[in-house]
Design a protein around this ligand. Sequence first.
Ligand code: FE2
Length: 390
Amino acid sequence: MLRSFSYYQPTRIHFGFGKLEEVGRIVSRYGKRALLVTVPPFPALEPVFEKTKRLLRKSGVEVAHFDQVIPNPTTESISRGAEMARDFRADVVVGLGGGSSIDTAKAIALEVTHEGTAWEYHLFGERKVTREILPIIAIPTTSGTGSQVTAVSVLTNPKERFKSAIVDPLLFPKEAIVDPDLVMTLPQHLTASTGFDAFAHAFESYIHVNANPYTDLLALEAIRLIVRFLPPLLCDLSNREARAQMAWADTLAGLSIANCGTTLPHGIAMSIGGKAPWVMHGEALSVVYPEFIQRTAPYALERFAAIARIFRPELSQEKDEIAAQELGDIMVSFLKEIGMWFGLEDLRIPREELPEIAEYTFKLPDYTVNPWVPTKEEVLSPLESAYSRD
Ligand SMILES: [Fe+2]
């Protein structure tokens, strides 16, 4: 029976090579004073930062540049950006970069317009988003987080060693400029790690207990594109077609989580990120996936089988039980192929942290929407088996 559902997506998407050229026209619709939010300049992206400022100024938009975004954004880094936005009297925030930059832009846009700090608005935090925040324009320079089209900002409280998220429809960017030219210089490991994050978004929204026909469409297409284009892209990082397809797959997967969400692997990966901020989000996910598939597949055979058949169309001849079971081995081969085969040990996570990582997984809602809802012990034991890999 076809499921009832609602779908909401207010972000206008501008997709294609050269779309950055339109940034001035797009941003000027929202105001004449823009806060540009990026990481500190480095050689591969500095020309993009400068070009963006030039294009904005050419369209009559004044720019203040907050270039202090850090990976796994913290409450302090966000507050520094919010202070700059207030002093500058910014009326629009432009997040240019990977997920950390776009999420920082969202949190700044919130903090400037609301009482207290952005952290107080995280899931189960004491405050709620109550009114419009500053308009956000998102311009990704990685293909992985989907943040350009989601209502989520992921942030970390280093004092609590807890990574959580602000989730509210008012956080949707007004517009997203997805220009594959901006991901052409992304190095090998970042391409693999962010690409696997996009894969995980599509996978988890497809097996999510609240998946709907619209998100299924988006998620399956994203998985299909990533399986087809990520491995060849990693063999030739200058492959423009594969770069564009990955940027599109990331956007599709983002659209899917924006109307569905992530499940258990993201809950565990966020918990790992809170305890070990040096670990990339995609790396944390890659560690979790083999055991997650093994344990969850029996509870959603049809869906796991459908994903297995994207990797190996010949599994269409087999029953769902067989195809779903194969997905465990398929995933191990895929992770090895894309250079993402790690154990927690390889990511320098002390073994004694594992019980707390398992415990913090339950501070986030992701596990509740997994087809199999584990207990704390049932999260700890796969983490132990994922500690060392051959
Ligand atoms: Fe993610």
